[in-house]
Every structure is written in structure tokens, then in C-alpha cells.
Design a binder for this molecule. Sequence first.
Ligand code: RB5
Length: 146
Amino acid sequence: MKIWIGCDHAGYDRKLEVIQLLQERNLAYEDCGCDGSRADYPVIAQKVSEGVAAHPGDLGILICGTGIGMSIAANKIYGIRAALCADAFSAKYTRLHNDANVMCMGARTLGSGLALELVEIFLDTPFEGGRHAARVDMISELEKKD
Ligand code: RB5
């Protein structure tokens, strides 16, 4: 499993902290930018999301100022279920119930400690399946109506 990670300029410092966490956990990751200079969040969201969509089982992490732009953009990519998370319960249940494959966070809305905790929860929580699988399948059906 690989973690696809990206940010815009607003999320750059937080992304470096998350990457440090991934390295400490010996997790494979792919940094899709930015390098700290001004970047348009839809471009980065597309890179991360296309990586995740092409590799089922991989997960993505996107960070911008609020996390909102990243989540809106990521959810336009076929196969992506991106969740904007700002609390531990949501980070846990979006994996358990939604099988979210991308988590978005706001660097300007979350402190470092909470953001890293959300990353750990998101990465460590499996999809529950069962009755939730049918609902996730219904989301996939919605995508086909585009
Ligand atoms: C950049 O200033 C900011 O708009 C962006 O990081 C993000 O918050 C958009 O949703």
C-alpha cells in the first residue's frame, strides 16, 4: 500500500510533518507536490487522486488551507471518495463506513497534533464492509451517471 500525498502552498508545512510521520512508520509514499511555492490546489488534488484511483488499496492525503478546495476537486475524479476531516470520529468512520480513499485536511484550521492523529487513524482503520459495501457501491453507481 502506498500513500499519495499532496498540498498547496497553504498546506506545505503540514505536509512535511505528515511525511515525517510516514517515514517514521516506514510507509511507502509518493509526494505529488507542491514544493512550497504557490500552487493551485485542483492540480495537486488531481495528481494525488489519479494515483489513488489507479492503484486500488492505496490511500491519499491532501492538505490545503481549509481542506475544502482539495476535497471538492478530489471528489471529481472517478473512483475517489475524499473526506474532509477535522475530528477523530470522522477520520475513523469515513474509513469504516464510507471506505474513503482520500483524506483532506485544513492546515489553517487544524493544529499539528490533531492533524497527525487524524492521519494515523485514517491509515490504521479498515473498511467495515457488510451493509456499508452496498452503500459504497451505490456511490459508484452515481459516478456512472456523469
Ligand atoms: C489558498 O489561499 C486557499 O484558497 C487554499 O489553500 C484552500 O483553502 C482552498 O480551499
